[in-house]
Design a protein around this ligand. Structure first.
Ligand code: ZN
Length: 113
């Protein structure tokens, strides 16, 4: 599952940074996930629960904020909201689309003591 490797990377980043900052108990992690990234929030939460046990993040709450995906048709210049399985421009039918927003998956912040 793709989400497991994403979360395991994320946990590594948080744990490293927690250690540097003297945090021994992470209370909350906020994650920003773009719609176009393709990672499912439910699967991310599930992977987080499974992988965070026995770490400084075991009690942490994972908050996931989904960012809207915006696509741009490079043929006619039409901008539209991302929808799953949408692979062509609703205006002109072109398949040449650019993702202009919503591709990211990153940690917004985490906190603990
Ligand atoms: Zn178009």
């Amino acid at each position: 599952m793709h989400e497991f490797s994403l979360i395991s990377e994320l946990l590594e980043t948080v744990m490293e940074s927690a250690e540097k900052n003297g945090i021994s108990n992470v209370a909350k992690i906020k994650l920003i996930v773009g719609e176009c990234h393709g990672a499912l929030p439910e699967a991310l939460s599930f992977a987080f629960k499974a992988l965070s046990s026995d770490t400084v993040c075991s009690d942490a709450e994972l908050e996931i904020e989904t960012k809207k995906g915006i696509l741009l048709c490079t043929t006619c210049g039409h901008e539209f909201s991302y929808a799953i399985l949408q692979s062509m421009c609703p205006e002109c039918g072109s398949f040449y689309l650019d993702i202009i927003s919503g591709r990211e998956l990153r940690i917004d912040y985490f906190e603990g003591e």
